[in-house]
Design a protein around this ligand. Structure first.
Ligand SMILES: Nc1ncnc2c1ncn2[C@@H]1O[C@H](COP(=O)(O)OP(=O)(O)O)[C@@H](O)[C@H]1O
Ligand SMILES: O=P(O)(O)O[C@H]1O[C@H](CO)[C@@H](O[C@H]2O[C@H](CO)[C@@H](O)[C@H](O)[C@H]2O)[C@H](O)[C@H]1O
Length: 483
């Protein structure tokens, strides 16, 4: 967020000061908070919007909050992602405010305010309060502005009022609420100025008639004027949330894969179908948005960026260091191929494709969700055209992850799924991703490096999974000998 866009009013500053001690304690415990393990320096209000006045029984505060942290050593910054001490990270909070919290809302408690404009009030996670979650849906039903917030919708999609809200239990990078098993609202947590690909790409895909993505029905943004100082985002609104049809009967690919693995059943038929779905989405994105040819210079830049990410990850996670020289050979081989005149096409892609981003309807139809890209990467980077091999590599890694949940590691299962996925991809794209082994290996290596950082940061118990892949990729160039 830019400095100018975020000049706080005296009221917003006082409000935030009264919440300061609560948020300091509560924020680091949230899965979506990227600043774990580093002390919070200061909070600054980027925008405060009262969606419901603080009159009985409850008020609804929408808060965009910048969290600044003190200067830390480079390795910690690598672990944390791209935020800097200068800009900090901006988070979206929806706070309910009540005098007393009814027992059913106890799990949503953030804390009791003792000083300032909110003194004597109890603050809690608004999305857990059916009354406040319903109010948000009502706002989405009626396009228009509310302070800095702008609500928009696709008027061709019917949106009944009165749908019962329930927050989704699985807290991931963001937070979601399901309305009457009809819609799901995804609220972005760590927000940056500019077009959010999780709204942008599904809108384009819907306009292309691509049936692989639930089409956005409504969305909301923040208009923070004042000349944004952040890279490439000047004047662009900041995406805050998207409402999509909820595929109530669908099962996500990760759960399904684990279930089938548990029963000793093959997943190759589904893996092949997933390959086809991915290739269809890629084809639609290539039709809808510009593509570019990657020549020698661009391939060199991609290989350099991968090598830099590896160096940063190895610095942050000591356990990765023994494999770094072997992993680097994947990026050197990519740069060499670029030097030999090899070129590839880059296009907009999903950006963080894994089994958990794929939903299978009971009729066997696969949909893809969550086009936000890797949450830790800068927005401009996430919105750049990239080789589709990046998504393919993401899925190949995911089969490896699923296999790693078994003891002993179900390596053959993963190998079969990886091959089937590539065959399915080729069914639609006309070209098997394995035809470009150097490109695929580089992307798979880059993904495994990303995963090492991700797990170190969010789920240390899972770190052995990408580390084992790093070891295999460093030794023999393939995460589970699928080639
Ligand atoms: N359209 C949908 N229909 C059914 N379930 C969905 C839909 N969109 C998301 N979900 C569920 O919500 C979870 C979180 O959504 P996702 O977009 O991946 O959020 P995050 O960015 O927090 O990971 C998914 O794993 C999936 O189970
Ligand atoms: O929260 P997101 O879904 O946007 O993605 C992040 O979290 C994922 C884990 O929830 C993480 O995925 C990794 O773990 C998965 C198993 O839980 C596995 O299927 C993926 O292959 C693996 O990358 C993802 O990397 C991260 O961006």
């Amino acid at each position: 967020m830019s400095e100018a866009a975020t000049r706080p009013t005296a009221h917003a500053t006082a409000l935030l000061a009264s919440l300061d001690p609560l948020l300091r304690e509560w924020l680091p415990r949230q899965r979506w908070f990227a600043g774990k393990g580093r002390p919070i320096g200061s909070f600054e209000p980027v925008a405060v919007t009262e969606l419901l006045p603080r009159t009985a029984p409850s008020g609804l505060l929408h808060l965009l909050l910048r969290v600044r942290r003190p200067l830390v050593p480079a390795q910690d910054t690598a672990l944390e992602g791209p935020s800097t001490e200068h800009t900090g990270d901006c988070y979206q909070l929806l706070l309910g405010v009540r005098r007393t919290l009814p027992p059913q809302l106890a799990p949503a408690l953030i804390g009791h305010v003792t000083e300032g404009p909110l003194a004597g009030q109890t603050v809690y996670e608004a999305l857990h309060d059916p009354r406040l979650a319903a109010l948000l849906l009502e706002r989405l039903r009626m396009p228009g502005r509310h302070g800095v917030l702008r609500f928009e919708r696709d008027m061709s999609v019917g949106m009944p009022s009165g749908l019962t809200p329930r927050p989704l239990a699985a807290e991931q990078s963001n937070s979601s609420v399901v309305y009457g098993d009809t819609f799901i609202l995804k609220l972005f947590r760590r927000v940056v100025p500019g077009v959010n690909p999780d709204l942008e790409l599904p809108l384009h895909l819907a306009r292309q008639g691509c049936a692989r993505v639930p089409a956005p029905a409504a969305w909301f943004l923040a208009e923070l004027t004042g000349g944004a100082a952040d890279a490439g985002a000047a004047g662009e609104a900041c995406g805050l949330g998207v409402l999509q049809p909820f595929l109530a009967a669908a099962e996500d690919g990760w759960e399904l894969a684990l279930r089938m693995l548990g029963k000793g059943e093959a997943f190759t038929g589904e893996a092949r179908a997933l390959g086809r779905a991915t290739a269809e989405v890629h084809a639609a994105l290539a039709d809808a948005l510009p593509t570019v040819t990657l020549g020698r210079a661009q391939i060199g830049l991609i290989a350099d960026a991968m090598a830099r990410r590896l160096a940063a990850a190895a610095q942050a996670v000591p356990a990765l260091r023994p494999y770094a020289p072997g992993l680097l050979t994947a990026f050197e081989a990519l740069a060499d191929l670029g030097g030999e005149g090899q070129s590839w096409t880059a296009q907009r892609i999903h950006g963080d494709l894994h089994l958990g981003q794929c939903l299978r309807s009971p009729d066997g139809h696969w949909s893809l969700i969550d086009f936000e890209g890797e949450p830790a990467r800068p927005l401009a980077e996430r919105r750049m055209p990239q080789p589709p091999a990046r998504d393919v590599a993401g899925m190949l890694r995911s089969f490896d992850y699923a296999a790693a949940t078994r003891d002993p590691w179900a390596r053959e299962w993963a190998t079969d799924c990886r091959a089937a996925f590539c065959v399915g991809y080729a069914d639609v794209a006309g070209r098997d991703p394995r035809t470009d082994p150097v490109l695929l290996r580089a992307h798979e290596t880059d993904k495994a490096v990303y995963e090492v950082l991700y797990e170190a940061r969010h789920r240390p118990d899972w770190l052995p999974v990408p580390l084992a892949a790093a070891r295999r990729l460093a030794e023999n160039g393939s995460a589970d000998a699928a080639h």
